[in-house]
Design a protein around this ligand. Structure first.
Ligand code: CP
Ligand code: NVA
Length: 312
């Protein structure tokens, strides 16, 4: 499958087959690394890593993924470059496009990553915006394939802030891949109607079911419970209001019992605020799979760079 030269801004732009291909490539690269072999697919490629917001997993995944394949990553933090302060995004994009072969962007507005892709002329990868976090979804789905051997037909319940970048991206990914997704969240925090109507179209094609609910009883039958922080980066001021709204949706022993399934697993994109969206006990019980998920960020991000920019 040829994805050379393409950006990765949201999963809306990728077909089910292309997502499947990226997951298979990531599994192969993971296996290869575990066997002690690295590649040269990004040899001679320079990659810019722009971070307006902080990051542990995404930054390290792009850095290590790039180095493992022989490329050169260059970290450009908020205070390091002119982007958005003294220079427009369009101009920064045109400069970086003359020097780099690929650009990762993490920041606030989704429009920024779209502009970078439009004006740089090189592949741009979205490392998280206020609206979407698509590289995370590939790691989540690779983890699900490792756990269940399949994606199609699984029931994934996302409990928490139903309109943040993670919820938005999970609905897109799940509805494309035939995963049944339930957004368990107060109505005030449900995803927007436009996104849902797009995802309904994907779901009609894949056979996935999309459910939005305020009722915790709807967790029944969940193979996976997924959660994320109640206040995303930039929303820290809303903590008191969010805790009040989201307390009934905490991932705890009671919610797990309510699935009625003995093998339900819990995923978290991390970083976690234990005691808020997830209890300490549940987090620790599922820590093995949660840290598999974190490790899989690297293998899947490497796959995206190799597929869209690699020489092999
Ligand atoms: N899950 C995730 O994107 O983590 P970071 O914010 O540490 O990159
Ligand atoms: N929703 C979270 C995801 C962190 C990976 C945030 O944007 O802060």
């Amino acid at each position: 499958m040829n994805m050379k030269g393409r950006s990765f801004l949201t999963l809306k732009d990728y077909t089910r087959e292309e997502i499947e291909y990226l997951l298979e490539l990531a599994a192969k690269l993971k296996e290869k690394k575990k066997n002690g072999f690295l590649g040269k697919s990004l040899k001679g490629k320079n990659i810019a890593l722009i971070f307006e917001k902080p990051s542990t997993r995404t930054r390290c995944s792009f850095t290590i993924g790039c180095l493992d394949e022989g490329g050169h990553p260059e970290y450009l933090g908020r205070e390091d470059i002119q982007l958005g302060h003294k220079e427009s995004i369009e101009d920064t994009a045109r400069v970086l496009g003359r020097m780099f072969d690929g650009i990762e962007f993490r920041g606030y507005s989704h429009e920024s990553v779209e502009k970078l892709a439009k004006y740089s002329g090189v592949p741009v990868w979205n490392g998280l915006t206020d609206s979407y976090h698509p590289t995370q979804i590939l790691a989540d789905f690779l983890t699900l394939k490792e756990q269940f051997g399949k994606l199609e037909g699984l029931k994934l319940v996302y409990a928490g802030d139903g309109r943040n970048n993670m919820a938005n991206s999970l609905i897109i990914g799940a509805s494309k891949m035939g995963i049944n997704i339930t957004i368990l969240s107060p109505k005030k925090l449900w995803p927007n109607d436009e996104l849902i109507s797009h995802c309904m179209e994907y779901a009609n094609k894949s056979g996935s079911k999309i459910e939005l609910t305020e009722n915790v009883d709807d967790v029944v039958g969940a193979d996976v419970i997924y959660t994320d922080v109640w206040c995303s980066m930039g929303e820290e001021d809303l903590a008191a209001e969010r805790i009040k709204l989201l307390k009934p949706y905490q991932v705890n022993d009671n919610l797990l019992t309510m699935t009625g399934k003995p093998h339900t697993i819990v995923l978290h994109c991390l970083p976690a605020v234990k005691g808020n969206e997830i209890t300490y006990e549940v987090f620790e019980r599922f820590s093995k799979v949660i840290f598999d998920q974190a490790e899989n960020r690297m293998h899947t991000i490497k796959a995206i760079m190799v597929a869209t920019l690699g020489n092999e």
